[in-house]
Design a protein. Structure first.
Length: 345
């Protein structure tokens, strides 16, 4: 009977046609007003975002990187040299001829942003790792040498200092207030294209990629060269440092990850004070508390960090922690996911 009624309904619609849909007055204008204005945001934040390029010196007795050489007679002043510098990945760019020990060769490019008027800026550890020289280029085309204050491989955060004052700098936001679905914007230098602006939404929060960091996942277009650039909220505040992408091709596939700026600033403060990061250690191996584990242990919810190993003589062992325990709080603060514990320690 249902099948007959369905067929009859379709036949009736075909006979009488579908009524014309009248536009709802004002809806388009309302929707347009609700869309964010990235133009003002980009104009205000752009001057505080920098391009970072790094070089390494050819060591005595070491061969320079094996890359194609520029055609005979083409050197750094040639327009085609600039084309190769800007649009080829660092490890594929043809090199000027005659490079020998002590000469600088390009190592990599990335992005960064100024966090204080006196010249401190943040970028990724992997952008400056292994560099002998760091060059920082501003939107007004000034290029200054940067000094690496310190970097931290674990969080992929690096602090660089340039000798300048009165620099435009970005305000620091609170990433814990971000909501999934909220608009965000990135500025960086993908493939060497300085101050490229892209935008999208927060796709997820607290995403664990195995680095014990609660990454902000977005669909903002991020490509090689964006690393180290800021992720901004609509108030123009930095909420993250663009760091990783999920990709099977090496290019953007709709998933990018940013380091929450509160985590990065904790690292930056230590780097500025001591040049290195010191972390606590309790001596446990941990795993996520899954739904099955929670049910097996009669827990009301799957949260906390499951202890899977305890080091002999460690603070954890001396404190009575055993394999199979679940750590739900540390220093009075709740542990929702296993990745929360290393950050709090």
């Amino acid at each position: 009977m249902k099948k007959v009624l369905l067929i009859a309904s379709i036949a009736w619609l075909a006979a009488v046609g579908t009524p014309a849909l009248a536009p709802i007055a004002g809806v388009g204008a309302v929707q347009a007003r609700q869309l964010p204005d990235f133009a003002d945001l980009a104009e205000k934040a752009g001057p505080a975002v920098v391009n970072i390029r790094t070089t390494e010196r050819v060591k005595e007795g070491a061969a320079p990187p094996q890359r194609p050489q520029m055609p005979e007679g083409m050197e750094e002043g040639d327009p085609f040299f600039e084309f190769f510098r800007r649009f080829f990945p660092p490890n594929q760019r043809p090199q000027p001829r005659g490079r020998g020990p002590g000469d600088e060769v390009p190592r990599g490019v990335g992005s960064g942003f100024v966090i204080s008027a006196d010249g401190y800026l943040l970028t990724n550890h992997h952008v400056v790792e292994g560099a002998d020289e760091i060059y920082v280029t501003f939107t007004d085309k000034r290029e200054l040498k940067g000094r690496l204050v310190g970097s931290d491989r674990r969080t992929d955060v690096a602090l660089v200092k340039v000798e300048a004052t009165g620099l435009p700098h970005l305000p620091i936001g609170n990433p814990t207030r971000l909501r999934v679905g909220e608009w965000v914007m990135a500025i960086g230098s993908p493939f060497g294209l300085d101050n490229t602006v892209t935008a999208g939404i927060v796709s997820a929060k607290g995403r664990d990629t195995g680095d014990y960091l609660p990454f902000i996942q977005t669909d903002v277009a991020v490509n090689p060269g964006n690393s180290g650039g800021p992720l901004l909220n609509l108030a123009g505040e930095v909420v993250g440092i663009n760091s990783q992408i999920y990709s099977r091709t090496g290019g953007f596939m709709g998933i990018s990850f940013a380091i929450p700026i509160d985590e990065a600033m904790r690292v930056a403060d230590q780097l500025r004070d001591t040049g290195r990061v010191t972390r606590g250690r309790i001596g446990v191996g941990i795993a996520e508390v899954t739904k099955d584990v929670a049910e097996a242990l009669s827990l009301q919810r799957a949260s906390g960090a499951l202890v899977r190993s305890v080091e002999a003589g460690s603070p954890a062992e001396r404190g009575g922690v055993e394999v199979g325990d679940i750590i739900t709080r540390f220093d009075g603060r709740p542990i929702e996911r296993s990745s929360d514990l290393p950050r709090l320690v």
